[in-house]
Design a protein around this ligand. Structure first.
Ligand SMILES: O=C(O)c1ccccc1NCC(=O)[C@H](O)[C@H](O)COP(=O)(O)O
Length: 213
């Protein structure tokens, strides 16, 4: 089995970066969605990004962000990848890739078979896919809800680009999720927190260890 690459999403403090690196995580996500409990301003993310250990890729997460918002983020923060977590179209993905010259990961929610064709479609325009749980109707947040989907829906499926499994992963279930889906990258937010927006170093370490078991 290949080494599992772990992304810890929604880091907000310098000590979170140290915890991710010490555990062996390879991506951190900065969340620029203002309604999120994990929100960081571009100014805060800039400071954090300079403290990120080498070898940890910095991913900027936005939700249907405007050009002005994206310009502000990309100008302030030295990012390695953009994660688009809204209802961005394939054309919008292409525009954003061309404008910023950064790899783009498109997040898509899965709840049933009907959600699978979009993954194939977006794999033609995005550099990576984030295969996440679909948020419940009326949810405030399009991600970070701590909900898992039925992993059997994507068991053995492959797309044209690298992909990450997300949604309700925890130190207790990530091993099974990896096993069932064949994912070699996983993403987690609420499953490694002690409270919304507060990452817990022990849970981060347990998550990375369990993902790689
Ligand atoms: O985490 C958030 O607050 C959030 C808000 C708005 C859009 C996306 C958000 N999170 C995106 C992520 O990449 C999460 O890690 C992913 O949805 C899984 O979250 P969780 O189920 O909490 O592990």
């Amino acid at each position: 089995m290949p080494d599992i690459r772990v992304k810890i999403c929604g880091v907000t403090r310098p000590q979170d970066l140290g915890a991710v690196a010490a555990a062996g995580g390879v991506y951190v996500g900065f969340n620029f969605f203002p309604k999120s409990p994990r929100y960081v301003s571009p100014e805060t993310a800039r400071v954090l990004s300079f403290e990120a250990p080498e070898g940890v890729a910095k991913v900027g997460l936005t939700v249907n962000a405007s050009e002005a918002e994206l310009d502000g983020i990309v100008e302030s923060v030295p990012l390695d990848m953009l994660q688009l977590h809204g209802s961005e179209s394939p054309d919008r993905i292409a525009e954003i890739r061309a404008r910023y010259g950064l790899p783009v990961m498109k997040a898509l929610g899965v709840a049933s078979e009907e959600d699978l064709p979009a993954l194939a479609e977006f794999s033609q325009v995005a550099d990576q896919l984030l295969v996440d749980a679909k948020p419940p109707k009326g949810a405030d947040l399009p991600g970070g809800n701590g909900l898992a989907f039925d992993w059997r829906l994507i068991a053995g499926r492959r797309w044209a680009v690298p992909w990450m499994l997300a949604g309700g992963l925890t130190p207790a279930n990530v091993r099974e999720a990896v096993h069932l889906t064949g994912a070699n990258q996983v993403d987690v937010s609420s499953g490694v927190e002690s409270a919304p927006g507060v990452k817990d170093p022990a849970r981060i370490a347990a998550f990375v260890a369990a993902a790689r078991e």
